[in-house]
Design a protein around this ligand. Structure first.
Ligand SMILES: Nc1ncnc2c1ncn2[C@@H]1O[C@H](COP(=O)(O)OP(=O)(O)OP(=O)(O)O)[C@@H](O)[C@H]1O
Length: 304
């Protein structure tokens, strides 16, 4: 099918339109209120983010995409309270964020479990931080491990688990502390394609069952479309919101939807949009790189 014969990605099927309307009626859990961030190094200033303004509603799943250097990492670090804003503010349930807090859980790209603690202790950690007794924390941790099918690995150590299993533990460790928002920074990008799809399905299954709002940063457009209710597209230099896309796919999501016309139309639009930022990205396009190879070393013999 050619791109021209694809439907308009902005036309939502009735069930999706209804769901979006329902989400927008829910309270705003995470408010990004005119956020700007300027990095100053000696005399250089980089405007990483400029006037980002966006409300995320309870139980919404938002993905953030954009080319390298558009400020995705800076934004999630600000949401986590690991970085200050230069202007504007972040509000969680109406309260300004002044640093990291238990209302926001974070799952990084690299596996960040404590290697010296077994799986159960890793999950207990977040629960005990909230003041729960050890016995109760162990009981709750085991329930979380059951949700992700890892209860039989409770006394294993992280190095004994595959990458996907470690990320499942990292997700429930973050969720066990009962945050309002789960912030995920390229959390599946170190995984192979098959494990990644499984993890995406796991995550959506957990999200469906509990009261959690998710912000997920990714480079992968398929991942963003598959997971999100809305996709926030950032453009670089300065990092600004270019578009907010309401994903025209029904829930629950299935891998077979990735070949649907709605999916392909959304992907074609996102690809074109991100390609249009091309000249502004920090990295040169493939093929344009000047490797500075001395002429004499170039292979001139066609038989080579
Ligand atoms: N600590 C810092 N000091 C100075 N400049 C920074 C710092 N962190 C980020 N920047 C700059 O801010 C801009 C946004 O960077 P950021 O890492 O947030 O983008 P990104 O979209 O996450 O990129 P990538 O996809 O490559 O990780 C870039 O121009 C980057 O060079």
């Amino acid at each position: 099918m050619t791109q021209n014969s694809l439907p308009d990605y902005r036309i939502l099927p009735p069930d999706v339109a209804e769901r979006m309307a329902h989400i927008k009626q829910r309270e705003c859990v995470l408010k990004i209120d005119h956020v700007g961030k300027v990095f100053t190094q000696k005399r250089n200033q980089t405007v990483a983010l400029e006037d980002i303004n966006f409300d995320i509603h309870r139980r919404e799943f938002v993905c953030v995409v954009g080319p390298s250097g558009c400020g995705k990492s800076t934004l999630i670090r600000i949401l986590a309270g690991l970085e200050d804003t230069t202007s504007g503010r972040i509000l969680v349930d109406g309260k300004p964020v002044n640093g990291p807090g238990p209302d926001r859980g974070m799952v990084f790209q690299k596996y960040t479990l404590f290697p010296w603690m077994d799986v159960c202790r890793n999950v207990m950690f977040g629960i005990e931080m909230g003041g729960t007794s050890k016995v109760e924390a162990r009981r709750e941790a085991m329930q979380w491990l059951q949700i992700v099918g890892l209860e039989q690995f409770a006394s294993s150590f992280p190095h004994q688990l595959s990458g996907g299993m470690q990320q499942r533990v990292a997700i429930v460790r973050a969720l066990a502390a009962r945050p309002r928002v789960l912030l995920m920074d390229e959390s599946f990008s170190a995984l192979d394609a098959q494990t990644r799809l499984k993890m995406q399905n796991y995550l959506m299954e957990i999200w469906r069952k509990i009261d959690i709002t998710i912000v997920f940063i990714t480079h992968d457009l398929d991942e963003a479309i598959y997971l999100a209710d809305r996709i926030l597209v950032l453009k670089p230099r300065p990092g600004r919101v270019e578009e907010v896309i309401e994903v025209p796919l029904s829930r629950p999501r299935r891998a077979t939807q990735m070949t649907s016309d709605e999916f392909l139309a959304t992907k074609a639009h996102l690809e074109a949009l991100i390609r249009s930022f091309g000249d502004n990205t920090e990295e040169m396009d493939e093929g344009e790189e000047d490797f500075n190879i001395p002429l004499l070393t170039l292979v001139t013999d066609k038989a080579e």
